[in-house]
Design a protein around this ligand. Sequence first.
Ligand SMILES: [Zn+2]
Length: 123
Amino acid sequence: MNDEGRCGLCNRGLEDVLHVLRDRLKARAVWSMLIKPWQLHTFNSLPPKEWFVANLQSNVDHCNILFVILCWRMWRRRNHILFDPEFVELEDMIVASKSYMDHVLAANARLDAIGMPVASRNS
Ligand SMILES: [Zn+2]
């Protein structure tokens, strides 16, 4: 948070818990990948207490557990960015890279199965 109370991450809104966990663009992008489109308006417009209670009580597919983990990770990430100048999101970088690697290996396996040349660093 800067001197005017604006968010130190995006400088777009007053930094409060709801801004960090739900309302800033990066948080909205995360939630929009998980919340059904027809439920997003309600999700994004509930007052803070109702928002927390509703999501903590929603146990369909263990989404209350995922909600808590995502909130914790977003808060943790915010603190790292603001207070740890050496912070690099290595975990996400590694997870994303492994996911890409899995996709490449799966594509190579499919190509190999039909007799097509497989991409390699030598070709
Ligand atoms: Zn912000």
